[in-house]
Design a protein around this ligand. Structure first.
Ligand code: NAD
Length: 302
């Protein structure tokens, strides 16, 4: 098959595909060029930069294109329903990055608890201010509320318990057999009222963000919000207001309403720890994503 890789892919996995006899072309296309380019391929592999929208699918209709693979979890950059209605299958690699994203959430928890981000930035500006960063707190013994207890939420839950934390989970589907003395499913309001950290791990929920003025008001005073899911799950204006008023102590954000992030006031806020949507960007996750893509292509039957 002819496979187009638009946003990069693990080199070993690409070599494997070539050894299997596939032709692999690595090339990014601007949105206005993508639809035409897709006509020349059987499979396209994207990450998050390439957006495959209905007009691209219209242009590719009637060609050989039969499979779109998203190397990663969220498929919000692909018009999935429209592709499938037009006979093009869409697959993702849901398992590959859970540990990496959970670790990213944990890293933000530590960063917020100990001023890691802001203290490092200050030192780069030649400021040695022990006093300003002397009121950190320990993560162990604290409670993390995990909203969306799926793959990443559960991975975070396990790691948090290993650190001596208590876990409260809220999910619209409850998985049997996960609860124990340190992990309990609760309703959203109970989670918000009792968590020192609230970490969001649901898919992108369009419409009213899960974390908004109302839900923030129900959170414990001085709690920390972590979002490594999707930017539109958090109302950034409400978050900034809560940080300014002191209702929330800090926030760790890997994802933003608009990406690249433009909300400079939020990014610059001293108790905000930010990363540019790199939750899954680890060597291990990218290797696993590559291996999952090879499996999908190997097992693909048009
Ligand atoms: P998953 O499907 O395994 O888990 C999501 C969970 O959320 C499910 O258990 C589902 O029942 C639950 N859920 C859905 N709607 C809900 C609602 N309204 N309230 C409560 N729970 C709800 O997904 P995952 O692999 O754990 O991914 C979680 C999120 O992380 C997704 O938004 C994904 O796009 C994002 N993600 C981010 C990165 C990154 O780089 N930061 C990387 C991978 C995934």
């Amino acid at each position: 098959m002819r496979i187009l890789v638009t946003d990069g892919m693990d080199k070993t996995a690409m070599a494997q595909l070539r050894e299997m006899g596939h032709e692999v072309v690595e090339q990014f296309y601007e949105p206005d060029q993508l639809g035409k380019a897709l006509r020349d391929f059987d499979v396209v592999v994207v990450r998050s930069k390439t957006k495959v929208r209905a007009p691209h699918i219209d242009e590719a209709k009637g060609s050989n294109l039969k499979l779109i693979i998203r190397g990663g979890v969220g498929v919000d950059n692909i018009d999935v329903k429209y592709a499938e209605e037009n006979g093009i299958m869409v697959r993702n690699t849901p398992n590959a990055s859970s540990q990496s994203v959970a670790e990213c959430a944990l890293a933000h928890m530590f960063a917020c608890a100990r001023f890691i981000s802001i203290a490092g930035a200050a030192m780069r500006n030649d400021i040695w201010d022990k006093k300003a960063y002397s009121k950190g707190f320990e993560v162990s013994g604290k409670t993390v509320g995990v909203i969306g207890y799926g793959r990443i939420g559960q991975a975070l839950g396990k790691k948090a318990q290993a650190l001596g934390m208590k876990v409260l989970a809220y999910d619209i589907f409850k998985v049997e057999g996960l609860e124990n003395e340190n992990m309990k499913y609760v309703e959203m309001d109970e989670l918000l009222a009792n968590s020192d950290f609230v970490s969001v791990h649901t898919p992108s929920i369009d419409g009213k963000p899960l974390i908004n003025e109302g839900t923030i008001a129900k959170m414990k005073d001085g709690a920390v919000l972590i979002n490594t899911s999707r930017g539109n799950n958090v109302d950034e204006a409400a978050l900034l207001a809560a940080l300014k008023s002191g209702k929330l102590r800090g926030a760790g954000l890997d994802v933003f309403a608009e990406e690249p992030a433009k909300n400079q006031e939020l990014i610059d806020f001293p108790t905000v720890s930010c990363t540019p949507h790199i939750g899954a960007a680890t060597v291990e996750a990218q290797k696993r994503i590559g291996a999952e893509i090879v499996d999908i292509i190997t097992n693909f039957k048009a």
